[in-house]
Design a binder for this molecule. Structure first.
Ligand SMILES: *Cc1c(COP(=O)(O)O)cnc(C)c1O
Length: 357
């Protein structure tokens, strides 16, 4: 199967649901477009994928994904730019990461060109759902799970690759309060932290709930062994500015999800001549900098929000207020640059934009 020649068959929904959407009150991730993409893996090969009306998926009670967790996903967005084109942002990074997640979870890779083609064709079918309201986008959720009907532990022989799309507004309206977690662990060296594997998120819910009861929005995860180095914040990569230098934990250990947004922020910083350090970031260093006033900016980087400003860091019994958002010139400049690229206001010199239609 070659993606270049693949025009997936489309079974159109009898009627669009778009008229029933309340665009002014769009809850994140609860409204879905009219169609979805489905492709099955069986007999050692991916079968012909197709675009079908959005709806429930049949499952057997022994379906192995629910019992043993061979389940991975991606998160990306389509935007409508100023020229009224619908575009994707660096989808090849998502396609590649999806294949890496699959390898770690002992699942078959979806060929990267087929992944991109499936996303493109599904978004094109539901292009009416991509509005140009400022801050709005179409959130794209590709996922794959094991479908063997067997309650024995072994890699499944069959899988389903599905893509669903959800129109969304701005994700985090307010800056967030985060707590440095020193007991629970998101990922350990040799584990599955680098993969976008479903179980990572299930495991994070309980510690996150405890933090929410203390008034935080999310956690800052630290290394599993010593809890003295910073890794990520919730489901975003975390970045700091100290001495006008952008600092972020390096991805050398396999405990940190390799974010497309973080990678892009680093590349934009290089273009702007902003120094970048990817290295171990000690909790101690950040707390000291927050206290002596040298910590200029702290933010999360991820597809949902692009840049989510962090207003406060909780560490043990202390709550450290961070600098005012208006003073955060580096992240504000980078965010503006990325918004302008996506909106088509700036030339796409790095070929980050893939036009869908
Ligand atoms: C998805 C995700 C990110 C951000 O990745 P992007 O490609 O930038 O959206 C960061 N950390 C975790 C744990 C994630 O799941």
């Amino acid at each position: 199967m070659s993606a270049a020649s693949t025009a997936f068959h489309v079974h159109r929904a009898a009627q669009s649901k778009i008229e029933s959407v309340d665009w002014n009150n769009l809850p994140f991730g609860k409204i879905f477009t009219d169609h979805m993409f489905v492709m099955e893996y069986a007999n050692g090969a991916w079968q012909q994928g197709e675009i079908i009306p959005f709806g429930p998926i049949d499952m057997h009670p022994a379906m192995s994904a629910i019992h043993y967790g061979q389940s991975i996903f991606e998160g990306m967005k389509a935007y409508r730019n100023e020229k009224n084109d619908v575009v994707l942002f660096r989808p090849e990074l998502n396609a590649h990461r999806f294949a890496e997640s699959a390898a770690r979870m002992c699942m078959p890779a979806v060929p990267e060109d087929i992944f991109i083609e499936a996303v493109k064709q599904l978004v094109a079918v539901d292009q009416a759902w991509v509005t140009n309201n400022p801050g709005y986008a179409l959130y794209i959720r590709p996922f794959m799970f094991a479908t063997d009907e067997f309650v024995g532990i072994k890699p499944s022989d069959t899988y389903k690759f599905v893509i669903i799309n959800s129109p969304v507004g701005a994700y985090y309206a307010e800056p967030v309060r985060v707590k440095i977690e020193e007991h629970y662990t998101r990922a350990a060296i040799g584990g599955v932290g680098r993969a976008k594997a479903a179980g990572n998120y299930g495991a994070s819910l309980y510690p996150a709930k405890l933090a929410q009861q203390e008034g935080y929005h999310q956690l800052v995860w630290t290394d599993a062994k010593t809890h003295s180095f910073i890794e990520e914040s919730g489901t975003m990569n975390i970045m700091f500015v100290i001495n006008d230098t952008l600092i972020t934990p390096s991805e050398d250990a396999d405990t940190i999800l390799r974010g497309t947004t973080k990678r892009t922020v680093i590349e934009v910083a290089h273009k702007m001549g902003i120094p970048v350090e990817e290295r171990a970031v000690a909790v101690e260093e950040i707390i000291t900098a927050a206290k002596n006033g040298t910590l200029q900016e702290v933010f999360g980087a991820g597809t949902a929000a692009t840049i989510a400003q962090i207003a406060l860091i909780g560490y043990r019994d202390e709550k450290l207020e961070l600098p005012a958002l208006e003073s955060r010139t580096i992240s504000n400049r980078i965010k503006q640059y990325l918004d302008d690229i996506k909106a088509g206001k700036l030339p796409d010199t790095d070929n980050w934009i893939l036009k869908v239609c």
